[in-house]
Design a protein around this ligand. Structure first.
Ligand SMILES: Nc1ncnc2c1ncn2[C@@H]1O[C@H](COP(=O)(O)OP(=O)(O)O)[C@@H](O)[C@H]1O
Ligand SMILES: [Mg+2]
Length: 343
């Protein structure tokens, strides 16, 4: 296993600046998630780490050695692609064995390692099937097993769950995470899905237009977003933003509640007049959509409410209501979108 360190990595494709100076340190054994919208440079960055793409500038250091000029196979890094790339006419056994065959491993070694990987991922009973005889989740596990047989020093996963339906995705998240904890392999996991990122990452690097906006634990990213992009990209519905003459004021929908539900605590509260236009009942929560009196907002303002504790008359659509936010839950952003800390 090894730490992965990228320093000021740039990748220019003709007229596209795909990666615009990424510096990122992933310690040995960490599960790091790269989270960002489609087209922000995630795949390009992973391809640079495993050596399929050469960076325009910057250094890549794996396990303490600069690997800029080391070919992919010698880097000891395994990448699992979005499409899995399984060979349809090979059995599961031969798909998993493939990287070992290209390395000319001995038959005995191939046997041992395929057994090990298959057992680790619960595939032992499927070794003689072909990919089309497997479910989506099983195919994903075969792709993972194939990435692992070479015992990589780091594992790179590019949106590995995007082909699974929502239900399977939740269990696959769990499996990947548990498996990573067991093996302890340094993992860089790419996704555009904030739920995956929050649920799986030891830390998350939020990327926008080829740049890292913030690196932090899920709680840091959620509670202390470094800028407006992070504040609105993570969280559903996104953080509310109100334009004021000097800055943007932000607060999360779950902190925006009928006045009587907010206790003043130490720091006091800020009250707003909220006209609710529409409510959605989602079972475990109720989302109220509306506008706040006296403020412009770049987006609809939302409140996320616990249904059991909210009186109907506090959220009746078509009416103005007194709502409030604890002052400790307010976040401020300057005109450039950077977080401003106010004491
Ligand atoms: N081989 C390439 N040639 C030219 N442009 C590319 C190439 N690969 C990716 N790009 C561009 O670089 C940007 C980042 O792409 P990508 O890394 O695939 O983003 P993501 O994985 O975050 O969706 C996009 O604008 C994409 O069109
Ligand atoms: Mg991609």
């Amino acid at each position: 296993m090894a730490a992965v360190l990228a320093t000021n990595i740039v990748k220019q494709f003709d007229d596209v600046l795909a990666v615009n100076g990424i510096t990122l340190a992933v310690p040995d054994g960490e599960f790091m998630v790269l989270l960002g919208p489609s087209g922000c440079g995630k795949t390009t960055f992973l391809r640079i780490i495993c050596g399929l793409e050469r960076q325009t500038a910057g250094d890549l250091i794996i396990g303490g050695s600069v690997v800029n000029d080391i070919p992919p196979r010698a880097r000891g890094v395994a990448m699992m692609f979005q499409s899995y790339g399984l060979y349809p006419h090979y059995t599961v056994r031969n798909n998993i064995a493939f990287p070992l065959r290209t390395q000319r491993a001995s038959r005995a070694e191939i046997d041992t390692k395929v057994k090990w990987a298959a057992q680790l991922l619960g595939l032992s009973h499927l070794l003689d099937r072909r990919p089309r005889q497997l479910s989506g989740g099983e195919r994903q596990r075969v792709a993972l097993a194939r990435a692992l047989v070479r015992e990589p020093t780091a594992l790179l996963l590019d949106e590995p769950l995007s082909n699974l339906d929502a239900k399977l995705r939740a269990s696959a998240r769990q499996e990947i995470k548990q498996f990573q904890q067991r093996v302890g392999v340094t993992t860089i996991y790419v996704t555009h899905d904030q739920v995956e990122a929050m649920g799986m990452g030891d830390r998350i690097a939020v990327i926008e237009r080829g740049k890292v906006r913030q690196v932090g634990t899920p709680a840091e990213i959620y509670n202390e977003p470094a800028d407006r992009f992070v504040a609105t990209f993570v969280g559903s519905p996104p953080m509310n933003l109100l334009a004021r003459n000097d800055a943007y004021l932000g607060f999360r929908p779950e902190n925006f509640l009928p006045r009587e539900m907010v206790d003043d605590g130490n720091g006091g509260v800020t009250e707003f007049s909220f006209r609710i236009d529409r409510c959605e009942y989602l079972g475990s929560e109720r989302i109220a959509y509306g506008v706040i009196e006296g403020f412009e907002s770049p987006q609809l303002t939302t409140a996320k409410l616990p249904p059991a504790h909210v009186a109907e008359e506090s959220i009746r659509p078509g009416q103005w209501h007194r709502f409030a936010v604890r002052n400790s839950a307010l976040r401020y952003f300057d005109h450039d979108g950077k977080r401003v800390i106010r004491s």
